[in-house]
Design a binder for this molecule. Structure first.
Ligand code: G3H
Ligand code: 13P
Ligand code: ZN
Length: 328
C-alpha cells in the first residue's frame, strides 16, 4: 500500500523540479480515471476531496473509494488530501477517515466566504498543524485569497499574497506547504481578458520560503472542452482558464502542487452531453459514465505529462505516516 503524506509527494517534486496535480474527486468514476492516468503515466498523485464532496457522499463512501484507489495501485504513491478544510474539526474528521494530508484554509472564516485576519489564520492553522503532525499527516495552508466562488468556497475577491507575510506565516505555523494567491480563481470563469498571473510575486515568495508552493484555481478550461459542452446543449459562454504554458512557467518558478477540479468537471460533462445528444435512447448510467471516465483519464494523462509528473512514481520509497510522525 502506498498511502503517503502530501509532504512526501511535494518535497520529492520540489527536489525533482516537477509539478504534481491535485485532482478533486466526488465519485468512483473520477477516482478510477485519475488512478488509471497515474498508472499509465507512472505518476505520483494527490486525490483531494472538498468538504462539499465529503458531505455529498456522506463522508464514508468517498473515504472508502479513495482508500480503494490506494489498495488497487500499490506501486503509485497516493496522497488522500482534504481540500479547503475550514476548521480544526473538518481536519480531524478527514484524518479519522484515513486522509494523509489536509488543507486548512484560514484565509477565510469558517463560512468559507468571509476574508479572515492574519491572526485568525495563524491561530486556526497552528491548531491543525499540532493535531495533524502528531499523526504524521501533513498540512497545507493558504495566505492571500483567490477570486471566484465555487459552491461557497471563496470570497469572490482576489488579495494577492504579500511575500513578507507569507514568510512570517510559514515561520509562525510550521505548515508543510503553502497555497498562494497570484491571480488565479476557482471555477470556469477566471479572467475577463487574457490570463494574467503575478509571476513577480511568485518569484519573491519562492525566494523567501523553502516549503512547497500550491496553486489553487489552476484549471485551464480548454476551449475545445467548452466548445464541446456548448455544442451538445450546454451554455458556458466566455469561460476561460489558466493556459498550460502559464502553469508550466509557474512550475519552473517553484510551484509544486497544482489544483484541478473544473477541467475534470468539464470533460465529464462534455462526454455525457455527447452521449445524451447522439444516443437519446440510452439510459444505463454506464453508457454515459463509462465514456466520461475514459475522457477524464485522457485529460489527466495529458496534465501529468505537461506538469512533468509522469515517470516519477518509482523514484522514492513511500514513507508511512508513522515514519512521517517521527520526522516532525
Ligand atoms: O476549490 C474548490 C473545489 O473546486 C471544490 O469545489 O466545493 O464544489 O466541491 P466544491
Ligand atoms: P479549479 O476550479 O481551477 O479547477 O481549481 C480547483 C481548486 O483549486 C480546488 O481546490
Ligand atoms: Zn481551491
Amino acid at each position: 500500500m502506498a498511502l503517503v503524506s502530501g509532504k512526501q509527494i511535494l518535497d520529492e517534486a520540489q527536489k525533482g523540479k516537477y509539478g504534481v496535480g491535485a485532482y478533486n474527486v466526488n465519485n468512483m468514476e473520477q477516482i478510477q480515471a485519475i488512478m488509471a492516468a497515474a498508472k499509465e503515466t507512472k505518476s505520483p498523485v494527490i486525490i483531494q476531496a472538498s468538504r462539499g464532496a465529503l458531505k455529498y457522499s456522506n463522508f464514508t463512501y468517498l473515504g472508502y473509494l479513495m482508500k480503494a484507489a490506494v489498495i488497487e495501485n500499490p506501486e503509485i504513491p497516493v496522497s488522500m488530501h482534504l481540500d479547503h478544510g475550514n476548521s480544526l474539526d473538518s481536519a480531524i474528521k478527514a484524518i479519522e477517515l484515513g486522509f494523509s494530508s489536509v488543507m486548512i484554509d484560514g484565509s477565510l472564516m469558517e463560512d468559507g466566504k468571509t476574508a479572515s485576519t492574519y491572526d485568525y489564520n495563524v491561530k486556526v492553522t497552528k491548531s491543525v498543524v499540532e493535531y495533524a503532525h502528531k499523526r504524521g499527516v501533513s498540512v497545507e495552508a493558504e495566505i492571500g485569497t483567490l477570486g471566484g466562488i465555487e459552491d461557497g468556497v471563496g470570497s469572490g475577491t482576489i488579495h494577492v499574497t504579500d511575500p513578507k507575510e507569507a514568510k512570517k506565516f510559514v515561520n509562525e505555523t510550521g505548515v508543510d506547504s503553502l497555497a498562494i494567491a497570484i491571480g488565479t480563481s476557482h471555477g470556469a470563469y477566471k479572467f475577463k481578458g487574457a490570463a494574467n498571473l503575478a509571476f513577480d510575486v511568485l518569484k519573491e515568495i519562492r525566494g523567501l520560503i523553502s516549503i512547497p508552493i500550491v496553486l489553487h484555481g489552476a484549471s485551464s478550461v480548454p476551449k475545445n472542452l467548452i466548445d464541446d459542452v456548448n455544442k451538445y446543449g450546454g451554455k458556458m459562454p466566455g469561460a476561460t482558464g489558466v493556459p498550460m504554458e502559464s502553469l508550466q512557467e509557474a512550475i519552473k518558478l517553484g510551484v509544486q502542487k497544482i489544483n484541478v477540479d473544473t477541467d475534470g468537471r468539464l470533460v465529464m460533462t462534455a462526454a455525457i452531453r455527447k452521449v445524451f445528444a447522439e444516443s437519446p435512447e440510452k439510459f444505463d448510467p454506464r453508457d454515459y459514465l463509462g465514456p466520461a471516465r475514459i475522457a477524464l483519464t485522457d485529460l489527466i494523462k495529458s496534465k501529468m505529462l505537461a506538469f512533468g509528473t509522469a515517470g516519477h512514481s518509482g523514484d522514492y520509497a513511500p514513507k508511512s505516516l508513522e515514519e512521517m510522525k517521527r520526522s516532525y
